[in-house]
Design a protein around this ligand. Sequence first.
Ligand SMILES: NC(=O)c1ccc[n+]([C@@H]2O[C@H](COP(=O)([O-])OP(=O)(O)OC[C@H]3O[C@@H](n4cnc5c(N)ncnc54)[C@H](OP(=O)(O)O)[C@@H]3O)[C@@H](O)[C@H]2O)c1
Length: 288
Amino acid sequence: MMAAPTLWRLKMKIAVAGGTGMIGAPVVETFLKYGHQVGVISRSAEMVEARFGKRVQPIIVDPDYNHVQGLLEGFESLHISLAGSGSPRSYYKQADATKKLVAEAGDSGIGYITYLSGATVGHPDSKQFYDNDAKLIAEDSIMSSGLLYRIFRPSWFLETLPLFVRRNRLTIIGKSFHGQAWLSTGDFANVVLDAHLQKPASSIQWVGGPENVPLTEAFYRYARKLQLQTSHLSTGFARLLAFMGGGWQLRHVADLMAYFSQVPDQPNGSDGQIHTPTGFSEWLERQI
Ligand SMILES: NC(=O)c1ccc[n+]([C@@H]2O[C@H](COP(=O)([O-])OP(=O)(O)OC[C@H]3O[C@@H](n4cnc5c(N)ncnc54)[C@H](OP(=O)(O)O)[C@@H]3O)[C@@H](O)[C@H]2O)c1
């Protein structure tokens, strides 16, 4: 269950890496809503300005996060919500960026780090998928830093579904019949806020919503609700299209779907589970 905050700190100054992202932006908005000061670590000042105006402190980094020295001065906490951008190399770059931020956090006196990982990252087969292998490396750098941390391993985010739609058509890649505990980015943002309001303690937490819906079923239910046309591609054909010019993003989605057709979403090696309130059906009902 979501723990009631103990209000360890009423107002804090937190830096959010990847705060311009799909999952990071609601975290930033939630901290702002409750009156906290937020710095957004990004490779692009324009992106930060466009997303948040003057409401946050932009913390601009070089693309490789090579020059982070001094950037976290004055912040008490750090939340990391980074992604790769398609190619396997970009996921390891993201892990490297996390490692550099964590080292800088130690030097800057940051008291607490939270990190967005993935639901199956502790699974024995996790390392076969470069995205999760990179997340394991990032997790290790946090756990060995000596700093207090909370690593979140969330299930699938509901807001991912619209990303599969182009021109009123939803493309379904591969087949996966393992249930996923779909959760909303807004609920996850509250989980991150709660973690920072509680007295810091190191742990790894699986996070998921109340309703398990397999990926393939979720895609079809979403398409039905929004009256979208559907196309189905096998993961092999999607990889071929990616190779023929479809690009790294398509390749990553094909690899992701192939991985999730094999590996079930179960808490693996986590210290506990956090259950968020909004379920798949409730969220779907609100989509128009
Ligand atoms: N979608 C899901 O269901 C799900 C479930 C569990 C975990 N996750 C994980 O959650 C994380 C964040 O997801 P998201 O959808 O919020 O990602 P996103 O919007 O694609 O990107 C998050 C941020 O990462 C930064 N970024 C992107 N490519 C980068 C690169 N090559 N090097 C350094 N920084 C880069 C960007 O920040 P700037 O451009 O501002 O620098 C971006 O705003 C991912 O690692 C994802 O695997 C997702």
